[in-house]
Design a protein around this ligand. Structure first.
Ligand SMILES: [Zn+2]
Ligand SMILES: [Zn+2]
Length: 351
């Protein structure tokens, strides 16, 4: 079969390799769709980062390795001891293989398993005609969820877990810095939960996408001070929670300083340069700063939301009442902030 094999930095080869076969507890998939993640680009340009030049302790896999961890496949064969999947089933792949025996696995926080191996980095992944996963990594898709949607479940599971880390309730406000696939997924997930979303991204195209997805308050951080704009929009207090989904020092600082007293700041982006944080900036506002380690138990929730047309087919627009607490921002005068009234014209149909 053909596969995209990563040999090292800037060395990705389309090769003919032998087809993998399922061992006991494994499932063999014909890959239908496989997304390319920002992490894949970092692995290509700056790696090895997540791939290994020595054998992974759980899988024994080292480079060269087939990339691809955001995938949907059709079951073509099941190994011994797999009785609850059958050829023809569509599955989304949760790319985490864990030891199943450590403290973290035992208490359900398997995303913290010290032996965790990631499909497409520490196991041969989905950028191939066929791939083999552990049964525990395969989530069967219900009728109505398409293979293309199936490949989006992995990044949306990260977004779902990020939304959980925000710890918000309906009616509260979140500021999302960065509108790449994860940032957009966080916006959609929080909106589905009734949270008011303020999205910050310098790209006009991305802000347009956000508006079309029903995100009604967007900020261009190159045209105004996003911290001041967020404070304007929240009665001077800042967001209840903020997310850095951009991964640059400016987005980190905007996340931290745009969060209200006792609020939560969540880093999901991977940073490549250190960020200097004066501890005083945490001390006085008593902001809780935290991170996101992949996801845990999020796949079934995302699949259920997709099957119910609540994610990616979010046609039910948030109500006016939900957005009432957002005041008009002075920064909106320059067009840097699209507040609820202005976004109505740009929004509308889902893409
Ligand atoms: Zn990814
Ligand atoms: Zn473990």
């Amino acid at each position: 079969m053909r596969a995209a094999v990563y040999h090292g930095r800037r060395d990705l080869r389309l090769e003919s390799v032998s087809e993998p076969e399922p061992g006991p507890g494994d499932v063999k998939l014909r890959v239908l769709y496989n997304g390319i993640c920002g992490s894949d680009l970092h692995e290509y340009y700056d790696g090895p980062i997540t791939t290994r030049v020595t054998p992974h302790p759980l899988t024994g896999v080292k480079n060269p390795v087939i990339l691809g961890h955001e995938l949907c496949g059709e079951v073509v064969a099941c190994g011994a001891a797999v009785a609850d999947l059958a050829p023809g089933d569509l599955v989304a792949v949760e790319p985490s293989e864990t030891c199943g025996a450590c403290l973290w696995c035992a208490i359900g926080q398997y995303n913290h398993c010290p032996a965790l191996a990631i499909h497409g980095y520490n196991r041969n992944g989905g950028l191939a005609e066929y791939t083999v996963v552990r049964r525990s990594m395969a989530h069967r898709l219900p009728r109505g969820v398409t293979p293309l949607q199936g490949a989006l479940i992995e990044p949306l599971a990260i977004a779902w877990h990020t939304a959980n880390r925000c710890g918000l309730e309906a009616g509260q406000t979140a500021a999302i810095h960065g509108a790449g696939p994860i940032g957009i997924g966080v916006c959609l997930t929080l909106q589905k939960r009734g949270v008011e979303v303020i999205a910050v991204d310098p790209s006009p195209q991305r802000r347009l996408v956000l508006a079309r997805l029903g995100v009604r308050v967007t900020i261009d951080p190159t045209a105004c001070d996003p911290i001041a704009a967020i404070r304007d929009l929240t009665g001077g207090r800042g967001a209840h929670a903020s997310v850095d989904a951009a991964g640059v020092p400016a987005s980190f600082h905007a996340m931290l300083h745009g969060t209200r007293v006792d609020g939560t700041a969540v880093v999901v982006a991977i940073h490549h340069v250190p960020v200097v944080v004066p501890p005083f900036d945490l001390l006085m506002p008593e902001v809780k700063l935290t991170g996101v380690a992949l996801s845990a138990h999020a796949f079934p929730s995302v699949i259920a939301a997709m099957a119910a047309y609540e994610l990616l087919y979010a046609r039910d627009q948030p109500s006016e009442a939900l957005h009432a607490p957002l005041a008009a921002s002075p920064a909106a005068r320059g067009g840097a902030v699209v507040a609820p009234a202005a976004a109505d014209g740009a929004g509308g149909e889902s893409p």
